[in-house]
Ligand binder design. Sequence first.
Ligand SMILES: N[C@@H](CCC(=O)N[C@@H](CS)C(=O)NCC(=O)O)C(=O)O
Length: 225
Amino acid sequence: MSCNVDFYYFTVSPPSRAVWMTLEELGIKYNEHIVDISKGEHKTADYKKISFRQKVPAIKDGDLCLAESRAIAAYLVSEYGAQQKKQYLYPQESKLRAKIDQHLYIGENIFDQIQAYVNVGGVLFRGEKTRLEKVDEAKAALGSIEFMLEDHAYTAGDKLTIADFFYYIAIQLLSLTDFDEFDKFPKVVEWKKKMQSLPYHKKTCDEPMTKFRQYYQHVLSSKKE
Ligand SMILES: N[C@@H](CCC(=O)N[C@@H](CS)C(=O)NCC(=O)O)C(=O)O
C-alpha cells in the first residue's frame, strides 16, 4: 500500500526523533520537511495550518494534521501497524495499549527529570550551565527505567514499543553532558545497546545527537569565565 505521510521535524529535536524512529521502524514511506526552529521556520502562517501551536514534530496524512509526538507515534502505528505487521509497537488490545499509554505519560516525567539536569534551554538561550545539582533527578529517572527493565528486554515488555523511543530520547539528552554514571544502571546499559543496534539509529540518533552535543558543549565553553 502506498503511503503519503508528510513529516515536519527538526533533526535535533527529541520529540521529532521519537516520531522519526517510529516512522523508520514502521518502514512506511514519508515525505521529509525539515523545519529549522533555530531559524524560526516554524513561525510561518503556512506551518501554523499544520501545527497550530507551531512546534515540531507534526505530520500531515491526507486531511489529518497532527502535532504532539506521542499522539503522532500512536496514530502512525494505529493506522499503519497492521499493514506493516508491527502492531506490537502500540498494541490494539485495550489492556496492553493501556500499559503503553501509561509509559507514554511517565515518559514525559522522565524527560522532565533528565531535562532538569541537562537544562538545554538554559544552556543554549540563557547563559546557564548544566544543573549539576540536579543530577539526582536524572539518576532517579534512570532508576525508574532500570526498574522497568528488571524482568524484560524492553521498557514495556519483551518487544520493542513506541514507549522505548520516548524513554530513549530522554536518556539521550544525557549525552550532551559529561554524565558518567551509567555503570550504576546495568539494565539501562543493555537496553541502550539494543536501541543502538536499530538499523536507523545512526541517522535518527547518532548523527543529530553528535551535532547537538558539539553545539551544547561549544555554548557552555564559550560561557566559562
Ligand atoms: N509536547 C510536544 C513538545 C514539542 C516541542 O516543544 N518542540 C520543540 C522542539 S523540541 C519546538 O518546536 N520548539 C519551538 C517553539 O516552542 O517555539 C511534543 O512532544 O511534540
